[in-house]
Ligand binder design. Structure first.
Ligand code: EPU
Length: 306
């Protein structure tokens, strides 16, 4: 590791609200558990986030933000830092019918927010059922299901900009597109978010339960994966699901270098052993080319590769 990065990590270690692991085992930081070792910094408060981003930019230290690591491929490095915003014991908002919105720390797991939706029957909140992400990560990629997308529910986010300033940004549907946000600049970090209270609907708990049941039947959620590998392709309002086309072409179950296409769902790729990021990317690139050659469909990669 170069001396500048080492000295930066040493400075960070002096704060109680930053946890530094100079040689972290990256398997702990993603659901696909790819093999790798890299510096990881856990940011435990909004103040620490502001300090970290300001200082890293001042010193020109590159960093990559990771959430729950369910949609990310991490690699061994000594040249940049992976940082993760995780506020321990962050509180859930109190429910009140008359409230226009509810505020959450960006590190709140989506599963916890879904539980709140079930308890109170929150209308529209079924759209992120089963998304294996933190709230911040889910907003950054406009995560969703075939019930809808989280972008439709976000009133505003509080983020840290590249100068370390804390800003609140009101958002609308123009700030999102399919599996993408259009408002975050590189290196900005979401630390809090407000989700809209659209009222209640007694059908919500059942909708969420049914959806989870379906998802458990059709997706290999217990295996080491990173969700859907490719985005579904859309043209002139027609959606071409990547999983369906991978299935049709007979690739389900195919494996190479410890990476396998799930037998259950064609768009889920499994780490069967000690695969690293390079093995995974080579595998994805091969499948992408094969799909394009056979169907002429340019499926884009959904999982974050940087
Ligand atoms: N299909 C097959 N074979 C397969 C997989 C799917 O024929 O191996 C068919 C299904 O029968 C269905 C169609 O393809 O007719 C679509 O499949 P599915 O309902 O499983 O949904 P998907 O389009 O593959 C999307 C999201 C998922 C989300 C599910 C369920 C994307 C890229 N994927 O998958 O999100 O969980 O809907 O709501 O938009 C993710 O983004 O990481 C993700 C997993």
């Amino acid at each position: 590791m170069n001396a500048k990065l080492k000295s930066f990590l040493d400075t960070l270690s002096e704060r109680d609200d930053l946890k530094v692991e100079a040689k972290a085992d990256l398997k702990k930081f993603s659901t696909i558990k790819l093999t790798g070792i890299a510096p990881v910094v856990i940011i435990k408060s909004v103040e620490a986030a502001s300090f970290f981003i300001k200082e890293a930019n001042k010193e020109a230290i590159p960093f990559h933000i990771i959430g729950l690591g369910s949609n990310q491929l991490l690699e061994s490095t000594e040249n940049f830092i992976y940082c993760k915003f995780f506020v321990p014991r962050s509180e859930m908002p109190e429910y009140s019918e008359s409230q226009e919105f509810f505020s959450f720390s960006a590190s709140t797991p989506i599963t916890k927010i879904t539980k709140m939706a079930v308890t109170h029957g929150l209308k529209g909140w079924e759209v992120f059922t089963g998304v294996p992400a933190s709230l911040g990560g889910a907003i950054a990629m406009n995560a969703g299901t075939n019930l809808g997308e989280i972008g439709d529910l976000v009133k505003s986010v509080t983020l840290i900009d590249s100068n370390g300033e804390v800003l609140e940004k009101e958002l609308s549907s123009h700030d999102f597109s399919y599996r993408k946000n259009l408002f975050l600049k590189k290196g900005e970090l979401i630390v809090e978010a407000k989700l809209k209270n659209l009222g209640t609907d007694p059908e919500i708990p059942k909708k969420i339960e049914d959806y989870m049941e379906l998802r458990n039947k059709t997706q290999p959620l217990w295996e080491r994966n990173c969700g859907c590998t490719f985005k579904n392709y859309e043209k002139e309002g027609v959606r071409f699901p990547a999983g369906k086309y991978i299935d049709l072409i007979g690739l389900k179950g195919f494996s190479l270098n410890n990476v396998k296409i799930s037998d259950l769902h064609g768009n889920f790729f499994i780490n069967e052993g000690d695969a690293n990021k390079k093995d995974f990317i080579e595998f994805i690139d091969g499948v992408q080319l094969y799909l394009e050659r056979n169907y002429g469909i340019p499926f884009e990669i959904e999982v974050k590769t940087e």
